[in-house]
Design a binder for this molecule. Sequence first.
Ligand SMILES: Cc1ncc(COP(=O)(O)O)c(C=O)c1O
Length: 379
Amino acid sequence: MIAFGRPMRRRFLLERGTDFLNHGSFGTTPRVVLAAAQRWRLRMEANPDRFLRHVLPGALRAAAGRLARFLHAKEQEVVFVENATSGVNAVLRSLEFRPGDEILATTHTYNAVRQTIREVCRRSGAKLVEARIELPIEDEKYLEESIVNKFNKRTRLLVLDHISSPTGLIFPVKRLAALARARGARILVDGAHAPGQLALDIPSLGVDWYAGNCHKWLFAPKGCGFLWARRNAQAGIHPPVISHGYGKGFAAEFDWTGTRDFSSWLALPDALDFFEAFRPARIRAYCHELVTRSAREVSNAWQTECDGPARLHGSLMAVRLPEPLQRRDPVRLMAEWLDRHRVVAPVMAIDGVLWARISAQVYNLPVDYTRLLELVARR
Ligand SMILES: Cc1ncc(COP(=O)(O)O)c(C=O)c1O
């Protein structure tokens, strides 16, 4: 089996000379999967009518079925969406809230999701309540308690990250879902980062809706997200764009939301072939070991700290920037690393403190993290 690191990197289009430590933000897709997507595009253009009217419906459901098996779900529970943002929007904007209702999220909730909740609250009179998560965290219990303490009888919905965006911390979704259910709240999981980083059995989590991405950690082309909805939580959930399938059932509503390029969804089986060929458990173990070891080394060199214990991470982890850099503008700093030093790692402000988030993927090696480490240590 091909070795991870440089031989694997040749299977991607990543430019030479750049230390790419940010698989997390957008993912990057292997050549072989891009070629598969292109084949679908060519097939469509050869006869758009035949393709979109006769080939697409079956091909789309076949791809959704493959994804459903991967998630241990049923085909009719899984629909494609553009991305996790879109899946979360579909649910949040379909649900009905009343003045006084509360939607519970955390201070680490992805900002696009927070903005969607804000809009839903503005229209309905519901209230956004945020559980505060302070870094560094010591254990899973802290995450659980921070959220549980915010429940009350007005809590209608818990919006929970499976893996949080600024840190890569894995939240105890199953436990929290049980606690939320016991208090009469419904649960929407933002799993943007989870598929691929974690072995997922979505129905076993006990949640109502789960939005995820395949273009991050499953190697699909960009624009490949999904929404899973438990059978009895599908009624009334509509895609952000209403089209011909309105009222005809969950899959029918989402499968067609207007003419588009369907190739990223149709190439998903090829992305899963790629992922499975290199053995998911092997990929996860490699990335986890690489990112947690590198984060520790970086934090030692910077004389700072990591966001929490290694065991609460998959393939992403955040390291606090050293003091002199805490006064920098995070957007400019990241641009400087990217353009001048060719190191790609996002810098994010959490509670007014700057953290760099690093990723590990099968094309990374330990040496990829040394430029980042030295770059900051030099100052
Ligand atoms: C927790 C979380 N939710 C949602 C998103 C948005 O993903 P997308 O842009 O693919 O919708 C991200 C992106 O990093 C994320 O980390």
